[in-house]
Design a protein around this ligand. Structure first.
Ligand code: TRP
Length: 454
């Protein structure tokens, strides 16, 4: 088994693969949507604090677990603390991976369709028309399900054909192109009328927002989601990392790239959004980028091509993320249950497809639970809340406890500092992972849970 696990080609290859997993719909679709629902700059502030103080230390921890054990998550936890129940953290991750993938692939399917819509000039007309187009498109159940199936199918095909070389190559070409296009779009957006209002919304926090407990849980969930943390994904990727590569510097690169792309997406969406009369960022839901961006493209010469290129890059970014999501349950069944890869891929893909159907059916404007007090969510938003805001932080909490208190700082530091790797502040990291991560996560999710039931 160990023999054919394979490793990343180079350190850059690893960073690219991990960044490819991290950068995806979470950055470009999720982050602006959440900022809009969380009320702007206050959300951004809390998000950045979560990334630095909670997620970065846990990322280092997850990579260390994986590289030390060289196993998929369930196996890794079991190998480091045999005979205990810690492998359950890995099992939670396997379920979370499938859950996230089930709604992620629905949105990824939309991005595929939007490549076509942009290219063929169907995203035209005023704001009303573009909004109606989105609502009608997502209400078309058979189209949504077919596109989800297509996206999952392509992901499965990549996994069957050997992941590592493929991900490295795709991401190497993709990441610079994506960043370049985002910079260009942000530059254009900044010169639109109304841009200043958008920037104020995005950058100047309304501190009264900080009193809302759900702001913290969504910011924390978004940070975990964006960095692919809390479900063993980075344990799995770390398990392919060679012993000579520095973990902390790789983690720092991933955080830097991922956060920059998310912030850039906000610099595109909010100035463009506020250039539209009557724009309300909080009421757009999952359709925000699909309804705001076409307007921006129409202000560019060759806008159809820009639009198509944008959605194509987004599709590819989503693909490198779905690959990493599917890889976790698949490698679990291969490593821990002895299945062959083909069987594992087929089984997990079919299971995820079933799970994705309700998300594909009930999206956009259809609130599923509007009759229940306090719950006004479409199914897709419900899924993303359950998995992102709760399952991932709980996974992260358990991982932090495992790393800081069960495996223990000394053991982890040995792994982290092997071959004189760069790691500037081990004491600070130990403090964060032992105290700030677990207490911070608890302080955020406990009030959020209580507020649901009150
Ligand atoms: N981070 C990806 C994004 O932002 C999504 C993702 C990929 C993910 N793998 C993950 C989220 C593992 C949580 C856990 O789009």
């Amino acid at each position: 088994m160990a023999a054919d696990r394979g490793t990343w080609g180079t350190r850059t290859g690893f960073i690219l693969a991990a960044a490819g997993s991290a950068v995806g719909l979470g950055n470009i679709w999720g982050f602006p949507t959440q900022v809009g629902q969380g009320g702007g700059a206050a959300f951004v502030l809390v998000y950045l604090l979560c990334v630095l103080l909670i997620c970065f230390p846990i990322l280092v921890g997850e990579l260390s677990i994986g590289r030390h054990a060289q196993q998929s998550p369930v196996g890794s936890f079991a190998l480091i603390r045999p005979g205990t129940r810690w492998w359950l953290v890995g099992a939670l991750g396997v379920m979370t991976g499938a859950g996230i993938l089930s709604f992620y692939s629905v949105i990824a399917g939309w991005t595929v369709a939007y490549v076509w819509f942009a290219l063929t000039g169907q995203l035209a007309g005023d704001q009303q028309a573009i909004g109606n187009f989105f609502a009608e498109f997502t209400a078309n159940a058979s189209a949504s399900i077919s596109l989800t199936l297509l996206f999952l199918g392509v992901t499965a095909a990549v996994l069957l054909g050997g992941v590592r070389a493929g991900i490295e190559r795709v991401t190497k070409a993709l990441m610079p192109a994506l960043v370049a296009l985002l910079l260009l779009l942000a530059g254009r957006a900044a010169t639109l009328p109304g841009a200043a209002e958008g920037l104020t919304y995005y950058l100047k926090p309304d501190l009264s927002r900080l009193l809302d407990p759900s702001l913290y849980s969504s910011a924390l969930g978004q940070a975990f989601f964006s960095l692919s943390l809390g479900m063993g994904c980075m344990v799995t990727y770390g398990s392919y990392l060679g012993k000579r590569e520095g973990i902390a510097s790789a983690a720092a690169w991933v955080v830097l790239l991922d956060t920059s792309v998310a912030l850039l997406a906000g610099f595109i969406i909010f100035p463009s959004g506020f250039s539209i009369p009557g724009f309300d960022p909080s009421s757009s839901g999952p359709g925000l980028i699909f309804t705001v961006l076409p307007r921006l493209f129409s202000t560019l010469p060759g806008g159809q091509l820009f639009g198509a290129a944008f959605f194509l890059l987004l599709t590819m970014a989503a693909l490198t993320s779905t690959i990493s999501l599917l890889e976790v349950p698949v490698s679990h069944f291969v490593d821990s249950c002895g299945w062959n890869r083909r069987r594992a891929v087929l089984f997990v893909t079919l299971a995820v497809l079933m799970l994705s159907i309700p998300s594909a059916l009930a999206t956009g404007a259809v609130p599923l639970f509007s009759n229940l007090p306090g719950i006004n969510l479409d199914f897709l938003t419900l899924m993303s809340t359950v998995w992102n805001d709760f399952a991932l932080p709980v996974g992260g909490l358990l991982t932090a406890i495992f790393v800081g208190r069960v495996w223990g700082i000394d053991g982890v530091l040995e792994e982290l500092l092997a071959h004189h790797a760069w790691f500037p502040a081990p004491g600070l990291w130990a403090f964060l992972i032992r105290w700030i991560c677990p207490l911070g996560i608890l302080a955020i999710i406990v009030p959020a849970v209580l507020s649901i039931f009150s």
